[in-house]
Design a protein around this ligand. Sequence first.
Ligand code: ATP
Ligand code: MG
Length: 327
Amino acid sequence: MRVASGDEITSEDVEQAIQSACDNVALPHDREIIHTLVRDFTIDGQRGVKRPLGMHAARLDANIHVVSAAAGALRNVAAAVEETGVQVQKQVLESVATSLAVLAEDESDLGVVLMDIGGGTTDLAIFANGAIAHSGAILVAGNHITSDIAKLLRISYKQAEEVKKKFGTAFADMTNGDDPVLVSEIGTHEQVRVPRGLIADIIQARLVEIFQLTIKNLEQAGMYDTVTSGVVLTGGGSQLPGTLEMASEIMGNTPVRIGSARGVGRMANRVASPIFATGVGLVLYAANEGADARPPATPYYLELVEKARSWWRKYAQPRISAYLPGN
Ligand SMILES: Nc1ncnc2c1ncn2[C@@H]1O[C@H](COP(=O)(O)OP(=O)(O)OP(=O)(O)O)[C@@H](O)[C@H]1O
Ligand SMILES: [Mg+2]
């Protein structure tokens, strides 16, 4: 857009440039925008300007990264959260929240790939020049590893989760592969000895898939080169020993580190596991936005009424109904 004020860019020009970039986003009717993140600005054809305010130019355009989501899914998530008595003020892309907790400022300036290996999805985001440049998700993550172990060893999902956390590694040669792990088969409850190396092989196949799909996603976005600046792994699924080494090996020996929450003062030790990174990031996001961070919105008397109702249903009603006619 043309700079309205003549040639010196004012804050109104910046706002208008962002607005006009947003207006040009064509979105299907069943999707809603959750973030409009400004990557940088182009002034008089020159890209990559971070702070255009006060510069002299005839033309200013904003380059934005828009994150949208299915409107129905957003409503369902909000309804599920509000059912617990917590009021939803805003919905935030996981990677955006996680980045606040785990990335150092110079890391997101230089360029970094953030991989959050969760339960159902592996969330990807690229940060460059201090802003998000790409986001995506892969529908394979930690829970798929657990399901594979359950199916292939014929054990329950619960036991597979325990086996994964206790004995799982990303490479078979990280332990003595012949070491037996005792599991009980579903149905027969028979105790079976499984070599630890087999568990590692099952895990390895899925982890390789996760990293290969990541490469594909970044290549399709034309941003695979960012990987050379480094990868930060986070989420519960990044905790298996050897995951870091595997990521580096598959992604061309790039530097990889595990991202734990930082910038949380005395709480740091308690939330150090990468499993808490998104949670801490959400708190930091709300704090940055100056959100109302009071505890659940459920009024005290509503909780009392609910307690009284459940006491009535559980204890009083069955006893009283025994004396009523017809019983
Ligand atoms: N110590 C561990 N070793 C290996 N895997 C683990 C460990 N702890 C948790 N996980 C796995 O991490 C996954 C959950 O991670 P996380 O809590 O980050 O997911 P989430 O944020 O709830 O899910 P999503 O991001 O998909 O919505 C599960 O698959 C779980 O089995
Ligand atoms: Mg997660």
